[in-house]
Ligand binder design. Structure first.
Ligand code: CA
Ligand code: CA
Ligand code: CA
Length: 711
């Protein structure tokens, strides 16, 4: 009686919250926001090898719910190399950078964020994706689970490296880890060399950014973030800002101002003029740069990876290969059976990995995937509007909060045991660009896809009919072809950071915005009209009806070259009635990796796991590479998939394939064709390629076309 009276009151006042809704991006009625505010705890957690890891914890503060306030919480954990929290240098206030954390806190979750060793305020030095990072993660989760404020349930979330770190932790099977939400996570160990070609611009950016962060620099006018907050208030005055040593020569860094190990005669100085005993912050930061044991100190990802051309080449530092630090983690994650909600972006360079994680692990781990139309960092309203994403979702904050509600549904299900149905609805959510928008699916690739070949045909056309007995096209490489369609900020700040750490300056003044350059969000759709004019192109006549392509397009191209070596870049392009062209999807491939290999080889040691989906895979080991692949007039068949997409080519538009032999400075030029990695270097070898399109050499793109009017 009382219950129905309460319900009547709620309905009378039109409180929508009482309605139970649990579907993609919408969630209400299963749990209510019952907490306001948060309190922060900052601690060093000591790893089994003695290294201190910085952890910040935010606990829900004021209980607004009914009954007694819970004093133990499920915990959402982020494990990051990008500073666990941010410090406002003016006010000394510490904040988390993630707006969805407030949502989780209000629903009775605690938040824990740790700096990986060698980063932030943690001690030790950074070796990117080293196994010790995985082991540390498990130790931190074990520590969280043992704290009095934790109810024993931990989930993880975050993007990019913070997505990788969830796979890393899950591979070590911590007992308290109950679910993860890796977003735009790169897992293929060759992810910085998609198709075997080095991602030059991004790695220049990322190395400089890493060097900047790990030194806790604060350089005005750089694309900078503030120093990470110190963990320990050594002088006990309630302020953390004054634990950061003074930058004596005002060059944006304190690491160059004092000897290390600390010299008692010239110790670090502090803004309050007080002495410190332990210099925690200084010592932690200096360990990132050089270790007292004589260990290598700061690990520069660009220097380490740039000249390693094969997936099985060992790197200095830990002697591991690219494969060892990524797909090698998969068997452990599968044994853990931890539920995984994969979040991908159609224009993220890791979207193939996102689908591989989903498809490979769905049989062992409760799995879900959403593919949204965005870049690594987000999406601009202009692009969102052009592909049919509602304009309010083009707003970045709302776009992120919609994802926050998805995470809350996942955490409620697996950390609180709330039966909200997220694990029984169709597991796949894709956004059909230029089409119906979000759509639920049950399998990937879609069973109903009709794989349709579009053959390269005379006069730069694409035809469904197979070609005749003869046909070929010549194309001379243009090393200035650049897939970026709008300039990013210039590279001055990278040059300045590189100067400070003793590294050469970038080869280009401007790095473009595109899929591979992951920082920043382009303001306009990915136009290609200008770039396509620098390419060899094939296109259909105007379409007589809408054509939906959802899945993994695959390119087959027979080619020879005047040079012994070559790189290829393939673009699937949508050309409108006015001839303006926009990128749908793309991928590059180094011709020397010509032979297809079993994709189960992605996991080192071949543990018998079927890596899915079955896509062309070229191994990328040294033994898989054919040097001088085009020598002696050799005609080579290149087969590669493009990044998965879901794109509707509208009636009246044309489907175009554009082929380039360089994409600079996004990708490093082929080292044998441009040893100086510069489009205008005098000793460049500029190849002319011949693309064959005859009965004996079928060159085509295979498109996964989704029939209309299904149900
Ligand atoms: Ca202080
Ligand atoms: Ca200085
Ligand atoms: Ca397989």
């Amino acid at each position: 009686m009382l219950v129905s009276a309460i319900l009547i009151i709620f309905f009378t006042f039109g409180c929508a919250r009482t309605e139970k809704i649990s579907r993609p991006f919408e969630y209400s009625g299963y749990t209510e926001p019952q907490w306001e505010g948060s309190e922060r705890i900052s601690e060093y957690v000591t790893m089994s090898d003695g290294t201190k890891i910085a952890v910040d914890v935010f606990l829900p503060q004021t209980y607004m719910g009914k009954g007694e306030a819970p004093d133990k919480f499920p915990v959402v954990f982020q494990y990051t190399p990008y500073h666990r929290t941010t410090m406002d240098m003016e006010t000394g206030k510490v904040v988390t950078a993630y707006p969805q954390h407030a949502l989780f806190l209000s629903h009775g979750y605690a938040i824990a964020i740790a700096d990986m060793r060698g980063t932030g305020a943690s001690f030790g030095w950074m070796i990117v994706m080293d196994p010790v990072v995985c082991d540390d993660g498990k130790e931190v989760i074990d520590w969280i689970a043992a704290q009095p404020w934790c109810d024993g349930n931990v989930g993880m979330e975050g993007g990019s490296y913070v997505g990788w770190s969830q796979i890393a932790c899950a591979s070590r099977k911590p007992e308290a880890l109950k679910c993860i939400v890796p977003m735009v996570a790169g897992l293929d160990g060759f992810m910085m060399k998609p198709g075997g070609i080095y991602s030059y611009a991004f790695m220049q950016f990322w190395s400089a950014f890493t060097n900047l962060l790990n030194r806790n620099m604060l350089v005005k006018d750089f694309r900078s973030v503030p120093p990470v907050p110190p963990v320990v208030d050594e002088d006990g005055d309630g302020s953390l800002v004054d634990e950061i040593p003074v930058d004596l020569n005002e060059n944006g860094a304190f690491f160059d101002d004092y000897p290390w190990p600390v010299d008692p005669n010239s110790p670090p100085q502090y803004s309050d003029g007080e002495a410190r005993n332990n210099h925690y912050y200084f010592n932690a930061t200096m360990e990132h740069i050089a270790h007292p044991d004589g260990a290598p100190g700061t690990y520069d990802p660009d220097i380490i990876w740039c000249d390693r051309r094969f997936r099985d080449e060992k790197r200095p530092g830990d002697g591991l290969t690219a494969a060892d630090i990524n797909f090698a983690l998969i068997p452990g994650v599968m044994e853990s059976e931890i539920p995984v909600y994969n979040v991908g972006g159609w224009f993220d360079p890791f979207i193939r990995n996102t689908f591989e994680l989903y498809a490979t692990m769905k049989g062992t781990n409760p799995s879900k995937i959403v593919a949204r139309p965005y870049y690594h960092q987000g999406i601009s309203p202009a692009f969102a509007g052009s592909i049919g994403l509602r304009s309010e979702l083009g707003d970045r904050a709302e776009f992120m909060m919609a994802l926050g509600r998805e995470e809350l549904r996942w955490f409620d299900r697996w950390l609180k045991g709330i039966d909200n149905g997220i694990d029984t609805e169709p597991p796949i959510i894709i956004f059909v660009m230029n089409g119906e928008g979000y759509r639920l699916e049950n399998e990937w690739p879609l069973d109903r896809q009709a794989l349709t070949n579009f053959y390269f045909a005379p006069e730069n056309t694409l035809a469904k009919a197979q070609p005749g007995a003869e046909g070929m096209d010549e194309y001379t490489a243009d090393f200035t072809h650049n897939s970026g369609w709008e300039p990013d900020a210039d590279t001055e700040w990278i040059a300045a950071v590189n100067d400070m750490v003793g590294k050469p300056r970038p080869k280009a003044q401007i790095f473009p915005r595109n899929r591979q350059q992951m920082m920043g969000v382009a303001e306009t759709p990915p136009f290609r009209s200008k770039q396509d004019a620098q390419c060899l192109t094939y296109e259909t006549p105007p379409l007589d009806q809408d054509v939906e392509v959802t899945g993994h397009p695959v390119v087959h191209v027979w080619a020879s070259s005047t040079a012994d070596y070559g790189d290829f870049f393939f673009y699937l392009v949508d050309v409108d009635e006015n001839g303006e062209s926009v990128l749908a999807t793309e991928r590059g491939h180094r011709a020397g990796f010509a032979t297809l290999q079993d994709n189960d080889r992605m996991i080192p040691g071949r543990p018998g796991i079927d890596v899915l989906p079955e896509l062309p895979w070229h191994g990328f080991n040294k033994a898989d590479y054919e040097d001088k692949v085009f020598a002696g007039g050799n005609i080579v068949e290149i087969v590669t998939d493009l990044y998965p997409t879901s794109w509707v080519f509208k009636k009246g538009h044309r489907i175009r394939v554009a082929i380039a032999c360089a994409d600079w400075p996004t990708f490093k030029l082929h080292p044998e064709l441009s040893p100086l990695n510069s489009p205008d270097a005098p000793d460049n070898i500029v190849p002319t390629i011949t693309v064959y399109r005859d009965r004996e050499h079928l060159s085509y793109i295979e498109l996964p076309i989704i029939p209309k009017n299904q149900e």
